[in-house]
Design a protein around this ligand. Structure first.
Ligand SMILES: *[C@@H]1O[C@H](CO)[C@@H](O)[C@H](O)[C@H]1NC(C)=O
Ligand SMILES: *[C@@H]1O[C@H](CO)[C@@H](O)[C@H](O)[C@H]1NC(C)=O
Ligand SMILES: *[C@@H]1O[C@H](CO)[C@@H](O)[C@H](O)[C@H]1NC(C)=O
Ligand SMILES: *[C@@H]1O[C@H](CO)[C@@H](O)[C@H](O)[C@H]1NC(C)=O
Length: 376
C-alpha cells in the first residue's frame, strides 16, 4: 500500500497531475443560494504564500492568486460571473491551502473547476473539483397557494430594480420594473397566471423578490426562474422546481364475499405518493380490518372487513401535502341476503304485513264480538 502510494506520487509528480484527475474528481454538493467551498491543496502541503494558483471553469477565469496579488486586490482578468463572489483563505496559505469560497451559487456555477498550483518544488499540480448546485423542489397541493422564494445575495433594495419570473424559460409569470408590474398595467403576462400572482411590496427594500402563486393548478408544475438582470453579478438567475399534487377524494364501495361484507376504499393514484387509508365509522373512529390492498387500473385500493352495519367513510392520509381527505358517507348493510333489494323479498314482506294486519283485525272483531255478546 505504502509502496503504491509512493509510486503514485512519483508518477503524478512526473506528469504534473495528482488526485482529482480522471479517477478522483471531488464533488461538492451545495444548495442554490448558499456559499460553496471548493477544496484544493497540493499533495506536498507546501507554503503557498509566494506561489501561484489559478482556478478556471470551462475557459472562464474564476480566481487567480500570484504571490500576494489576486483578483480581489487589483489583478484583472476575472470573469464577470465570478466578480466579487470569490474569496480565498489567506491565513491557510502557509499550510498549503488554495481552496476558494464562491458566494451564493446558482446553477450557472455548476460544472467542473480546475485548480492549478504552480511554482511548487515538484513543478505544478492540477486538481478537478465538480460543483453540483441543488435546485429547491417545492411541493404543494392543487388549489392551495405557494410561495416561490427569491432573495439574491447582497439584499439590495429592489424597489427601483427589475425582477422577472418565468416558467420553463418561456412563460412570463411575473415582471416587476421600477414600480410597474403585471398587476398594475404592465402587459405580457401569460394568461395562465393572470390575477394569480402577487409579490411583496414591503419586502422589496430587503431584497426579497419572492412571489406567491394563488390557487395552484396541476399545470403550474414546472421549472421556475427568478432573474434580477441588473444586479451584480449580472444575470443572476435562481431556479426552482414546483410540483403541484392533485389530491382526489377516495370512493367507498362494498362487496359481498363468502366471508362477509367487504368495504373497498379506492383512490386514483395520480401523485404516486405514499398514502394511508382508514375506514371511519359515524363516530369518526378508525374501524374495520384491512384485509387487502393494491393497485388496479391506476387506482389504489384498500379492502376492509366490517362486522357492524352503519355509516362509513374512507379517509386518505398523506403526510406532505394532501393531509386528510374523506370520501362521501355511505351506509353499509351487513345482512347476508340481498334484503331490501330483491322484489320477491319485498313481496313476501308486504304479504306478511298484510296478513298480520288482517289477522289483528279479525282478532279484534272476534274479541269485540265475544265481549258484546257476553254483555247482552
Ligand atoms: C446533494 O445533497 C442533497 C441534499 O443535501 C441530496 O438530496 C442529493 O441527493 C445530493 N446529491 C448528490 C449527487 O450527492
Ligand atoms: C509561509 O511563507 C510566508 C512568506 O515567506 C511566511 O510569512 C509564513 O510564515 C509562512 N507560513 C508558514 C506556515 O510557514
Ligand atoms: C420574503 O417575503 C415573504 C413575504 O413576506 C416572507 O414570507 C419570506 O420569508 C421573505 N423571505 C426572506 C428571505 O426574507
Ligand atoms: C426542469 O429542469 C430539469 C433539469 O433541471 C429538466 O430535467 C426538466 O425536464 C425540466 N422540466 C420542465 C417542465 O421543463
Amino acid at each position: 500500500m505504502g509502496l503504491l502510494l509512493v509510486l503514485y506520487l512519483c508518477i503524478s509528480t512526473w506528469t504534473g497531475k495528482t488526485l482529482g484527475d480522471e479517477n478522483g474528481v471531488v464533488t461538492v454538493n451545495v444548495s442554490q443560494g448558499k456559499d460553496a467551498i471548493l477544496p484544493c491543496s497540493p499533495t506536498t502541503k507546501e507554503n503557498l504564500s509566494f506561489k501561484s494558483f489559478k482556478w478556471r471553469k470551462d475557459g472562464q477565469n474564476v480566481f487567480y492568486y500570484d504571490a500576494g496579488s489576486h483578483y480581489n486586490n487589483g489583478h484583472d482578468g476575472q470573469d464577470p460571473q465570478f466578480k466579487d463572489r470569490v474569496s480565498f483563505f489567506q491565513d491557510q496559505l502557509g499550510s498549503g491551502d488554495a481552496s476558494i469560497q464562491i458566494q451564493t451559487v446558482t446553477i450557472q456555477d455548476n460544472g467542473i473547476y480546475s485548480c492549478e498550483i504552480s511554482g511548487l518544488n515538484s513543478g505544478s499540480q492540477t486538481f478537478n473539483i465538480k460543483l453540483l448546485v441543488n435546485v429547491p423542489i417545492l411541493q404543494t397541493r392543487e388549489g392551495s397557494d405557494v410561495m416561490l422564494p427569491c432573495s439574491p445575495s447582497g439584499k439590495d433594495d429592489l424597489t427601483h430594480e427589475t425582477f422577472d419570473w418565468q416558467k420553463d424559460d418561456e412563460q412570463q409569470v411575473f415582471l416587476y420594473r421600477n414600480g410597474k408590474h403585471y398587476n398594475n398595467g404592465l402587459t405580457g403576462q401569460n394568461e395562465n397566471f393572470r390575477n394569480r400572482v402577487e409579490f411583496f411590496q414591503d419586502q422589496l427594500q430587503f431584497g426579497n423578490a419572492s412571489i406567491r402563486i394563488k390557487n395552484t393548478k396541476l399545470t403550474d408544475s414546472g421549472n421556475y426562474s427568478c432573474t434580477i438582470p441588473h444586479l451584480q453579478p449580472p444575470g443572476q438567475k435562481f431556479y426552482m422546481k414546483l410540483v403541484v399534487h392533485v389530491c382526489p377524494k377516495p370512493r367507498l364501495g362494498t362487496k359481498k364475499t363468502a366471508d362477509g361484507i367487504r368495504v373497498i376504499c379506492s383512490v386514483p393514484d395520480v401523485s404516486k405518493v405514499e398514502m394511508e387509508m382508514e375506514l371511519h365509522n359515524s363516530d369518526d373512529k378508525s374501524v374495520g380490518q384491512l384485509v387487502d390492498a393494491g393497485t388496479s387500473q391506476n387506482n389504489k385500493y384498500f379492502i376492509f372487513s366490517v362486522t357492524k352495519e352503519g355509516d362509513y367513510r374512507c379517509l386518505v392520509k398523506q403526510k406532505e401535502f394532501c393531509h386528510q381527505i374523506y370520501s362521501e358517507e355511505s351506509f353499509v348493510l351487513i345482512s347476508g341476503d340481498d334484503k331490501g333489494l330483491s322484489p320477491g323479498y319485498v313481496a313476501v314482506i308486504v304479504a306478511f304485513i298484510l296478513s298480520a294486519i288482517l289477522n289483528i283485525t279479525l282478532l279484534y272483531f272476534l274479541w269485540k264480538c265475544t265481549r258484546s255478546s257476553g254483555r247482552v
